[in-house]
Design a protein around this ligand. Structure first.
Ligand SMILES: Nc1ncnc2c1ncn2[C@@H]1O[C@H](COP(=O)(O)OP(=O)(O)O)[C@@H](O)[C@H]1O
Ligand SMILES: [Mg+2]
Length: 372
C-alpha cells in the first residue's frame, strides 16, 4: 500500500497505513497468526483503544492471501440491515465481478435478486435489496456462496455486540451455525461492550463459547507511543518533551484516541509538544468545543442520573458507588436508586467500570464535569 503523506500525522479516525500506526506489533502478529492458522478471534476493548485500527493493520498482512471484508454494525438495528450490509460487503469483495462470475453468483440467491450494475472498468457492482422476511434465507445463501468460492476470506465484524439489540432473537447463534460450515472464511469479532461480548464468547451458555481466540486490547505501550510521536515532531523540527508526553499519556490512561486527539491539536497549531501545559491547553480546547454537546448530554438524563454523573465527574474514580459515604458526600438519592441509575448509565456508555471503580466513559466529558 502506497502511503499518502498526511498534513497531520496524528489521525483521530480511520487508518492510513503503517507509517501513521503506532506499535501494536505483538497484537497484529497475534491476530494475523490466529487467522492464518484457522482460528477466529474475538477482540474486546472499550471504545477508543484502537480495535478498528488494529483490524485494518492486520488486514494489511492478511490481504496478501485473503480477501478482506470489514463491516461495522454499530448503527444497524435489525437482522435485515445486517444481512444487507454483510452480503453486499462479501459480494463486493470476494470476486472480481465479471459478468460470468456474476451469473454464477446470481444462482446462489433465490431469496433476493442481487442487482448487477456495469462499471466503467468492465466489472459489475452488486447491490442487494433484501426483503426483511427473507433476511435469514439471504444470510444462508451468502454463506453458501462464500463456501463455494475457493478463496480464503477474513471477515471482521466490528461492534459485534450490536446483534444483541436486534429485535430478532438468537442472531449470534444463527451466525455461529453458518460459520461452522464455511472452512475458507475466518472471522474477527470486535466489540466494545465487554459484558455483552462475554455473554456470547466467554460464557459456557454463549453460542460462541470456546469457539474463538479471545484477545483483550490494552493501551499502547507508553515508551513506544512516545517514540512514535517524537519521530514526527523531530522530523518537522519541532520540540518534543518526553515528560510532557508522559503527562498527556497518563492523564488519559494511555487510551489511544485521547492521546491522538491532543497530539493532533498540538500539531495543528504548528507547535511542538514542549511542556505539560501545552498538552493541557489542547485538552482545554477539545473540552471547550464539546461544551454545548456535554450540556445537552447531561440534561437528557434523569435527575438521579445527572447527580450521579456529576458526583463521579467530581471525584474522577468512584470505587463504591452505593456506599453511604459517597452518597452523603454528594447528597445523592438512596443506594437502590443510585444502583439502578448506574446500571442505566453503564448501558448507555456514559459511565464505565474500571478495576479502580467507576469513571466517566468519555474522558473529555469527565474533564468538563470536573469543572462544573
Ligand atoms: N496504533 C495506533 N497508532 C496510532 N493511532 C491509532 C492506533 N490505533 C488507533 N489509532 C487511532 O486512535 C483512534 C481510535 O482508534 P479506533 O481504532 O477507532 O478505536 P476503537 O475501534 O477501539 O474505538 C482513531 O483515531 C485511530 O486512527
Ligand atoms: Mg472501532
Amino acid at each position: 500500500m502506497e502511503a499518502m503523506k498526511l498534513e497531520n500525522p496524528f489521525l483521530t479516525r480511520g487508518y492510513a497505513g503503517p507509517e501513521y500506526f503506532c506499535d501494536r506489533e505483538v497484537e497484529t502478529k497475534q491476530l494475523v497468526s490466529a487467522i492464518t492458522n484457522g482460528r477466529d478471534v474475538t477482540l474486546v476493548a472499550p471504545r477508543r483503544y484502537g480495535k478498528t485500527g488494529l483490524v485494518h493493520n492486520a488486514f494489511r498482512f492478511l490481504g496478501k492471501d485473503h480477501a478482506t471484508v470489514y463491516l461495522d454494525i454499530f448503527a444497524m438495528d435489525d437482522l435485515a440491515s445486517f444481512v444487507q450490509a454483510f452480503s453486499s460487503a462479501v459480494l463486493g469483495t470476494l470476486d472480481s465481478a465479471t459478468e460470468r462470475v456474476g451469473r454464477k453468483l446470481l444462482s446462489f440467491f433465490r431469496s433476493c435478486r442481487p442487482k448487477m450494475t456495469p462499471q466503467e472498468d468492465g466489472t459489475f457492482a452488486f447491490s442487494f435489496d433484501i426483503a426483511p422476511s427473507q433476511a435469514k434465507a439471504t444470510l444462508k445463501e451468502t454463506f453458501d456462496y462464500i463456501a463455494s468460492r475457493n478463496r480464503k476470506v477474513v471477515i471482521a465484524i466490528d461492534e459485534f455486540q450490536q446483534v444483541r439489540f436486534f429485535p430478532e432473537k438468537g442472531v449470534e447463534a444463527l451466525l455461529r451455525s453458518y460459520i461452522q460450515f464455511v472452512p475458507n472464511a475466518h472471522f474477527i469479532f470486535a466489540g466494545s461492550k465487554k459484558h455483552m461480548m462475554d455473554e456470547m464468547f466467554v460464557s459456557p451458555k454463549g453460542p460462541f463459547y470456546q469457539s474463538t481466540q479471545l484477545m483483550a486490547l490494552g493501551p499502547i505501550d507508553a515508551a513506544a507511543y512516545a517514540a512514535f510521536a517524537e519521530g514526527f515532531f523531530r522530523k518537522a523540527g519541532r520540540a518534543f518533551d518526553g515528560s510532557a508526553f508522559r503527562h498527556l499519556y497518563d492523564r488519559f490512561d494511555g487510551i489511544t484516541w485521547y492521546v491522538q486527539a491532543v497530539l493532533n491539536r498540538v500539531w495543528a497549531n504548528g507547535l511542538g509538544l514542549d511542556s505539560p501545559e501545552r498538552a493541557d491547553a489542547a485538552v482545554d480546547d477539545l473540552v471547550a468545543e464539546s461544551g454545548a454537546f456535554f450540556i445537552d448530554l447531561l440534561r437528557s438524563q434523569t435527575a438521579a442520573e445527572q447527580s450521579l454523573i456529576r458526583a463521579i465527574g467530581r471525584e474522577g474514580v468512584v470505587a463504591a458507588i452505593s456506599s453511604g459515604d459517597f452518597i452523603r458526600r454528594h447528597r445523592l438519592p438512596a443506594a437502590s436508586t443510585i444502583r439502578s441509575a448506574a446500571a442505566k448509565l453503564k448501558e448507555r456508555d456514559l459511565i464505565y467500570r474500571t478495576d479502580d471503580g467507576y469513571v466517566i466513559y468519555d474522558r473529555l466529558f469527565g474533564v468538563w464535569l470536573g469543572r462544573l
